[in-house]
Every structure is written in C-alpha cells, then in structure tokens.
Ligand binder design. Structure first.
Ligand code: NDP
Length: 327
C-alpha cells in the first residue's frame, strides 16, 4: 500500500484528498519509482483546484514532476536503486503522477538525476526550472550572445521567470526583468537581473513595430506582453515563448518577423524529446547556485498540497513549493 493524492470526479463535482492505494492499482509501466519529492506547478494547481480541465481521466494522481529512486524495472534502461527525475509526458494529466509515494511509468520518460542535486532540490527546480533552461538553450541555439544586448524576462517573479533570470545572468547576459510585483525588486536583482521594469509597460495593446530594445526575450506571459516584446525585439533577435500567464491570445502583427527578421521560438516542456531535456538538466546542474534554489523554495506535506494549490492559483505564493510525499 502507498499514500497518494487522488482527484475524483462525480456528479457533485471534483473531490481531492490523500488516500491509501494498492500497488496493483498503479497504471501500466515498466518502471516503478519510490517517489521522494514532487512539487506544485501552475498546471498542478489547475488540476487540483479543478479550475481548468487539465486532468484527462479520473481518478487521477496529480503531479507533473517527481524525483525518487527506482524500486523495480523490467526495462534495460533502469535498475533498482537508480536516482531519477521526471517532468511532463502527460504524467499528472493522463497518467498517474508524482503526488504519491509510488509512480509507475514508461522507462523513456525518466532521466537520471544529476549528481549535483538531491531529489528535493530537483523538485525545487521542477518543470519551472527545466522549462527556463529549455528557453535559454533555445536562445543560444539561435545564436544569441551576451554582447548583443539586453534580454527581457517577463513573468519574472514566477517559477519559470526566476530560473530564467538566474540561468541567463550566470551565462553573462544583461537581464531586464518585467514584473507586476514592485515588492519583489530586491528578489529579482538578487537573482541576477540588472533592471526591473513594471509589467504594465508591456501589458497593454501596442504598435506593431516599436523602438528596438531586446536582443532576446523569454516570455512567460503571452497576450499583449508577447506582442509588445516581439515589436521591441532588435533586428535578427529572437523570442522564446513558453507561457500564458496574461492570456493565451497573441494579438500581434507579422511586422517584427518580416521586417526585422525576428524569430519566435515555441517552447514545450511536456513532450520535448530526450536530447533537449538532457541538455536542459545539464545546464541546470552546471549553472545553478544550489543556495539560490533552497532560498526560493518551501516545503509542504501531501495533505497540505490542496490548500497550497489553491493559494498558488490565487497568486499568493512566491517561489517554488516542494511536496514531501512521505510526510
Ligand atoms: P507562476 O505562476 O509561478 O508565474 C507566472 C508569473 O507571471 C507570475 O508570477 C507573474 O509574475 C506573471 N503574471 C501573472 N499573472 C499575470 C498577468 N495577468 N499579466 C502579466 N503577468 C502575469 O508560473 P510559472 O512560472 O510556473 O509558469 C509561467 C507560465 O509558463 C505559465 O503560463 C505556465 O502555464 C507556463 N508554462 C509552460 C510550460 C511549457 O512547457 N511551455 C512549462 C511550464 C510553465 P510578475 O508578478 O513578476 O509579473
């Protein structure tokens, strides 16, 4: 038997709570993992609160990330005792996820946990840090260098934004953080931002082409913010679009793309192939300061995860929430 957070849907709506499950109830998969820590991402918040149709079938164990130790494996890829991390692949949406003491998954979905990180630190990073790393990889692959000028990060105080600032500043980029939280200025400067701007400067409808400022952008916000970021990107620059915190719409024109050669790079963490995943985790292990990770994360138990998810969706949480599934 093992403990899990279980989401159910009945006629009276969605219920969520900690329950005891039998190993035989675990979904099909060649590898069984003893989960040590999971985390709460925005998507987990939506799933647990039922605010958005993230969960594709019920009952569902939420949790799009987990880190732990392989308990048993019928795959050649993994042996009992291997330390692993998983991000995405529909886990916590269409396949039981990480907010449980055990998970059973496809061997191809697992990555070896970098030695530098404990499983708790890996979950402080979670999909947020891994996605930020995918964004920075994409910018560098496009040829962006620190000498080319300022890099804008939107949704800066959020999980993805915070890790993007830390990774970009470590790589020598001059980072400008766009945030709606004036009180987080010191936090953002501490992560490595050189300047903080009010997100209101970017969130309203703007002209199709504006004064060129950014060599590159990591956008966590979408909507008018993404449109303005593209319109302000310098000739030949690029914009990595990964989020929709302001909205899913993209009220823009093609002008930055056809008149300034700006490139829009789409970033998806869920189904990203193995090679970019490994590159992203390698960069995190190489460049992240572990004390910074510890400073931006807090810990909750499995039973505390639902109220924490509600606070996350209400925008009341700063930094990353780690879930100790064995507590
Ligand atoms: P968080 O909730 O931690 O952060 C989002 C940040 O966006 C907030 O902290 C806030 O930053 C800003 N924000 C919130 N509401 C608005 C608004 N109405 N207008 C403008 N800015 C706003 O989320 P994450 O960092 O974990 O994720 C960021 C985005 O990326 C989300 O939309 C998420 O769904 C998406 N995502 C996508 C992935 C992918 O695979 N493409 C993977 C992971 C996340 P501030 O107060 O500093 O402005």
């Amino acid at each position: 038997m093992f403990k899990a957070l279980l989401i159910n849907k009945g006629e009276s709506g969605q219920t969520v709570g900690v329950t005891e499950l039998d190993d035989a109830q675990l979904p099909a998969g060649a590898v069984t993992v003893q989960v040590e820590y999971s985390t709460l991402n925005y998507k987990d918040g939506l799933a647990i609160t039922g605010k958005s149709p993230v969960v594709r079938k019920f009952p569902m164990v939420p949790g799009i990330d987990f880190a732990g130790v392989v308990e048993s494996s019928s795959s050649d890829l993994w042996r009992a005792g291997d330390r692993v991390v998983l991000n995405g692949w529909g886990v916590g949406e269409s396949h039981w996820g990480g907010l449980a003491q055990k998970a059973r998954v496809n061997p191809e979905w697992l990555l070896r946990l970098p030695e530098k990180f404990s499983s708790r630190q890996a979950m402080a990073i979670g999909t947020a840090g891994y996605t930020a790393s995918l964004c920075v990889e994409a910018l560098e692959k496009h040829g962006v260098t620190a000498e080319q000028g300022e890099v804008l990060v939107t949704g800066a105080s959020g999980g993805v934004g915070s890790f993007a600032i830390a990774l970009l500043s470590h790589a020598g980029f001059k980072v400008v953080a766009s945030s709606g939280k004036a009180a987080e200025q010191d936090y953002l400067l501490g992560l490595g931002a050189k300047q903080v701007i009010d997100r209101a400067e970017l969130s309203q409808p703007g002209k199709p082409l504006q004064k060129e400022r950014w060599a590159a952008v990591v956008d966590c916000v979408g909507s008018h913010t993404l449109a303005n970021a593209c319109a302000q990107t310098r000739y030949g620059g690029c914009v990595a679009a990964c989020g929709l915190a302001q909205g899913m719409d993209f009220p823009a024109s093609v002008a930055p793309f056809i008149l300034r050669g700006v490139a829009l790079l789409g970033i998806d963490s869920v189904m990203a192939p193995r090679a970019p995943r490994e590159a992203a985790w390698k960069r995190l292990a190489r460049d992240l300061d572990i004390s910074a990770i510890d400073a931006i994360s807090s810990l909750v138990s499995l039973a505390e995860a639902p109220p924490a998810a509600a606070e996350l969706i209400a925008g009341k949480i700063k930094g990353r929430i780690i879930v100790d599934v064995n507590n």
